[in-house]
Design a protein around this ligand. Structure first.
Ligand code: T5A
Length: 207
């Protein structure tokens, strides 16, 4: 049994990650590929509890260090109980956000040291990295307009436009550093065009 593929979706708020995770799920299911769809922070009962704490605006003020550690605590559970077992049994894993989000939000947005993030990444993931990352990129204003239509903002969505510009810049830097793994998808175009671009980068993995 060969190991499954690990595919992650990344990008700022409201760029269409969840919409396109569902699209890829149907696309792969139609090709009889066994898969697990999951998300971060989250994916296990404990990690989902941590997600609730992290996203809740009414949580006590969360320090930057605590936020970073909680992201990796959730990830450690997720890898051990969901991602690794799935990949080992040959399932593909489609994950809505993963460690590139930590580089973008805690690194770019919160200005935490990249070397600290790298250290935690090695501790928690060892050699595990996605096979393919789809980075959906759109101007901050467009993503926030889409999110705004949905109602109340969570703890991250309540950050300033400046914060999200930093997040976007950090994501683009991640793509520049990892051109083999991270494929940039323009997300401010009609959904059908976004999905065609996704199929184009996904199809080499299906061969
Ligand atoms: N976080 C996470 C960290 O800080 N560090 C980390 O390490 C990790 C893992 C998680 C939060 O946690 C932070 C980042 C996040 O703030 P989340 O729910 O995963 O939160 O992230 P969100 O970005 O908030 O997710 P959203 O659901 O808001 O955005 P999506 O998934 O990108 O967007 P989606 O698919 O829900 O689409 C939004 C709307 O736009 C429409 C959709 O129909 C929907 O209405 N849409 C389009 N409209 C027009 N044209 C298109 N091309 C469209 N694509 C989608």
């Amino acid at each position: 049994m060969s190991r499954g593929k690990f595919i992650t979706f990344e990008g700022g708020e409201g760029v269409g990650k969840t919409t396109n995770v569902a699209f890829v799920e149907s696309y792969l299911q139609a090709r009889n590929i066994p898969l697990v769809v999951t998300r971060e922070p989250g994916g296990t009962p404990l990690a989902e509890k941590l997600r609730t704490l992290l996203l809740n605006k009414k949580s006590e003020a969360i320090s930057e260090e605590a936020e970073l550690l909680l992201m990796f605590a959730a990830r450690a559970q997720h890898i051990k109980h969901v991602i690794e077992p799935a990949l080992a049994r040959g399932d593909w894993v489609i994950c809505d956000r993963f460690t590139d989000a930590t580089y973008a939000y805690q690194g770019g947005g919160r200005n935490m040291k990249i070397s600290t993030i790298e250290g935690l990444e090695t501790l928690v993931q060892s050699n595990l990295r996605p096979d393919l990352t789809l980075l959906l990129d759109a101007p901050v204003k467009i993503g926030m307009e889409r999110v705004g239509k949905r109602g109340a903002f969570d703890r991250f969505e309540s950050e300033t436009a400046l914060f999200f510009e930093d997040v976007r810049r950090a994501y683009l830097l991640q793509a520049e550093i990892n051109p083999q793994r991270i494929k940039l998808i323009k997300a401010n175009q009609p959904l059908a065009d976004v999905q065609q671009a996704i199929i184009n980068v996904l199809s080499p993995l299906l061969r």
